[in-house]
Unconditional design. Structure first.
Length: 293
């Protein structure tokens, strides 16, 4: 699949009203980064910024509806190499490499401590960051994600086939048709919701997309998951067709300081339930959570 076919030219969308894009050179790669400053104006000493690690092949813009529901916190996100408007890496990257690049982004922005929200594929990146930088990663939110690789329960045959052969990026009409069946939950009966969710999506390059897939398949957090001490909020969808709830149950059982919240929806719940999720994440990050809750 040619990179040109998956990454048709498209002008950058305007950032949210109170957010800005910038490009940082990290390890020789041009990485597009987004920052939205907290509406409250509180310093990062009072309330650390929230770093959002996005899903497979997803650009920053797809997060804007969720970010709107997190007004009291400074938000930082970025396009992974080869995704969105970030540069294609010359070689394959492992999850450990993505985590190192991400940590250096936060260093360049001047943030020594931060909370991390990992969504789907981004959950693996969030776990690796917490493992590699326990002194910097204060709290974790792991949403619709897994322990990776052989430590995962895979989704439906439709979802798995779309991961391997992502035709949804080359044909928008097909993408709008298959997306609800790939994600499961409410969008199967409300396909217009998926169209609305994906209308600003930017197709990744083939190198960026398959690099992320390969990194995930070759990685797992199971050997050290039980050593992560950060307070962790796990979010699951009971009808998730892509990353089934058994994955989040495994995370909850292995992490020593975690709790699990289940929504009656599929893999799109971070969009379809964004108001409830925004409230949950805000309360979790602002509270002192007791161990083993």
């Amino acid at each position: 699949m040619a990179a040109q076919a998956m990454h048709a030219p498209k002008p950058d969308l305007d950032a949210m009203e109170d957010g800005v894009f910038q490009h940082l050179e990290i390890e020789g790669l041009d990485i597009r980064v987004f920052t939205r400053v907290s509406d409250t104006g509180k310093s990062t000493l009072d309330r650390p910024p929230l770093l959002i690690c996005n899903g497979l092949g997803q650009g920053i813009e797809i997060l804007f509806p969720l970010i709107t529901e997190l007004p009291d916190r400074t938000i930082i996100s970025f396009d992974a190499p080869g995704v969105g408007r970030s540069e294609i890496p010359a070689t394959d990257l492992a999850i450990e490499d993505y985590a190192r690049i991400t940590a250096r982004i936060m260093e360049r922005l001047g943030h020594e401590t931060y909370d991390v929200l990992g969504i789907s594929w981004g959950g693996s990146l969030a776990q690796q960051l917490a493992h590699d930088h326990p002194d910097r990663c204060r709290k974790l939110v792991l949403a619709i994600t897994s322990a990776g690789g052989m430590g995962s329960w895979w989704g439906s045959p439709i979802a798995l086939s779309e991961i391997i052969f992502p035709m949804r990026f080359t044909n928008k009409s097909y993408g709008n048709f298959i997306g609800p069946w790939m994600y499961g939950g409410a969008v199967i009966l409300q396909p217009d919701m998926f169209k609305k969710y994906s209308e600003h999506a930017i197709a990744p390059t083939s190198e960026g997309y398959y690099g992320q897939v390969k990194a995930m398949c070759n990685w797992t957090s199971l050997p050290w998951l039980h050593k992560l001490e950060q307070p962790t909020q796990i979010i699951a969808g009971s009808f998730d067709a892509l990353i089934p709830i058994t994955n989040q149950m495994l995370l909850a059982s292995r992490l020593p300081n975690a709790r699990l919240k289940v929504y009656p929806d599929g893999h799109l719940l971070m969009y379809s339930h964004r108001k409830e999720v925004g409230g949950l994440v805000t309360c979790f990050l602002d509270e002192d959570m007791p161990a083993n809750s």
